[in-house]
Design a protein around this ligand. Structure first.
Ligand SMILES: [Zn+2]
Length: 386
C-alpha cells in the first residue's frame, strides 16, 4: 500500500502544526500564580505559590508526617509545596488583612503543625477581611528539618533582596497586609509560650494591643527578644508599616503536639483579635425547654435556653422577658442564671393555666467568651396545662 500525494501533503501540514504547538508550549512561561480553588465543598479559599524556588516534600520530616492529619486540604498543601511555598487566601471585603507565616526555620515543626491545625479549623468559614496563611515558609528546609537556608539563618537576612523572608514581606506589601504573625518554636520557652515584640520605643499601639489580647486569652508571656536584629522578618516588616509580632512555643523539652496546641490557641487568639472568623459568629440557640410551641407546659418549671457554646451576659441581658400573651402582661422574673451554655429563666410566680407565654431574648442579650454577641433577637411561645 502506498500513500497518495495528497495524504503526504496533509501529513506534512499536520506535522508542521504539531511542531508549532510544541514550540509555543515550550516557550510559554509556567505561571507561578497557579491558583487552586477548594473543590471539597463551598469554596472558601484559594492556594497560590509565593516562591517556587523553595519546593520540598515536607512529609520527609517525620514530625510533620506524624502530627498533621492527612485531609483533602493538607494533601493539597503537601503536594503543592513540593514545587514551592504556597499561600492560602481566605475572605474578602474591607476588613483587616493579616498574614500568618509559619516555619521560616525548617526545624520548628510546632509552628507548621499549629498553623495547619488552624487551617483545618477555619477552612470552611467565611471572613470579613482577608487572611493569608503560608503554612510552610521554606518547604525545602522543613523537608530537611534544617534551621538554616543555604548556610544562613533565614530570619537574620530578611533585609537582603530575594531571600525567603524578604520575599514574604514583599508579598505582604504587595497585598496590602497590615498585620503579620510570624510563627516559630524554640528551646527554653516553657509551657506557656511567648510573643516577641519590638522595643518599647518602636512597638506600635496596634502591636501592643494585639499581643496583650493574645496574652489575656492564652496566659503566654510577652518579651522583646530579638527586637534589635535588623535581618529578622519582624523588624523588616515593621519598616514598611506592617504590624508584626512573633509567636514562640517550646520545641525541645515537651511533646510536639502539646506545644503545637499551645501555639494553635495563640494563633486563634491572634486572629480573633482582628474580628476574624472562627469564633466571630456569636452564640446560636440550639434548643429551649419548653420547646417552641410546646403544649401542656407545667406551671412552675424553669425556662432554659441552650446555646452552641459557653455564654456570658451581654449588654441587653436585662432586656430578656417573658410575657403572658393571653393577658398581654410581662411576668416578674427571678434573677436569671447562666451556667456554661445554658441560660435559665425562672418566674417569680406560677404561670396561669391554659395561657400562652412568650419568651423574648434580644440581640446582644448574651455573648460568647471572646465577646461576640448573639446576633439577632429570638423568641418562642408555649402553652401551659389546661
Ligand atoms: Zn525560629
Amino acid at each position: 500500500m502506498t500513500y497518495s500525494n495528497t495524504n503526504i501533503k496533509n501529513f506534512r501540514f499536520y506535522l508542521i502544526i504539531l511542531c508549532l504547538i510544541l514550540f509555543i508550549l515550550a516557550f510559554t512561561p509556567v505561571s507561578s500564580a497557579v491558583t487552586t480553588t477548594n473543590s471539597s465543598n463551598s469554596s472558601t479559599y484559594t492556594i497560590s505559590y509565593v516562591d517556587t524556588s523553595l519546593g520540598g516534600n515536607v512529609l520527609n520530616n517525620p514530625e510533620i508526617s506524624q502530627n498533621i492529619p492527612k485531609t483533602y486540604l493538607s494533601n493539597q498543601i503537601f503536594n503543592m509545596t513540593k514545587k514551592g511555598s504556597v499561600v492560602l487566601k481566605f475572605g474578602k471585603g474591607n476588613g483587616p488583612k493579616l498574614l500568618i507565616t509559619a516555619g521560616i526555620h525548617g526545624n520548628e515543626e510546632e509552628a507548621n503543625i499549629a498553623t495547619m491545625k488552624y487551617l483545618e479549623y477555619i477552612k470552611n468559614k467565611s471572613f470579613n477581611g482577608i487572611l493569608y496563611i503560608i503554612p510552610f515558609a521554606i518547604p525545602t528546609d522543613t523537608a530537611l528539618n534544617s534551621r538554616n537556608y543555604k548556610g544562613q539563618d533565614p530570619n537574620r537576612i530578611a533585609n537582603k533582596k530575594a531571600t525567603p523572608g524578604y520575599n514574604i514581606i514583599q508579598f505582604a506589601r504587595n497585598n496590602g497586609v497590615q498585620y503579620l504573625l510570624d510563627v516559630h518554636s524554640g528551646s527554653q520557652v516553657g509551657f506557656k509560650g511567648y510573643i516577641f515584640v519590638s522595643n518599647p520605643s518602636t512597638i506600635t499601639v496596634k502591636e501592643k494591643n494585639w499581643s496583650n489580647h493574645i496574652k489575656s486569652k492564652t496566659g503566654c508571656y510577652i518579651s522583646t527578644n530579638g527586637a534589635d536584629d535588623a535581618g529578622m522578618v519582624r523588624n523588616c516588616a515593621k519598616k514598611y508599616g506592617i504590624n508584626t509580632i512573633t509567636l514562640e512555643v517550646e520545641r525541645d523539652s515537651i511533646p510536639t503536639m502539646t506545644s503545637a496546641n499551645v501555639e494553635y490557641k495563640m494563633i486563634q487568639a491572634a486572629v480573633n483579635y482582628l474580628g476574624f472568623p472562627a469564633d466571630s459568629y456569636g452564640p446560636k440557640i440550639t434548643s429551649t425547654n419548653p420547646a417552641k410551641d410546646a403544649l401542656g407546659v407545667p406551671l412552675t418549671s424553669a425556662v432554659t435556653i441552650t446555646f452552641n457554646k459557653n455564654i456570658k451576659s451581654g449588654v441587653n441581658f436585662s432586656g430578656i422577658y417573658i410575657k403572658n400573651l393571653t393577658t398581654g402582661k410581662k411576668v416578674t422574673l427571678a434573677p436569671k442564671a447562666i451556667s456554661g451554655k445554658t441560660l435559665t429563666v425562672k418566674m417569680t410566680y406560677s404561670r396561669l393555666r391554659n395561657n400562652v407565654y412568650q419568651v423574648y431574648i434580644p440581640a446582644s442579650a448574651v455573648k460568647d467568651a471572646t465577646g461576640n454577641n448573639l446576633k439577632a433577637s429570638y423568641s418562642f411561645q408555649f402553652q401551659t396545662v389546661k
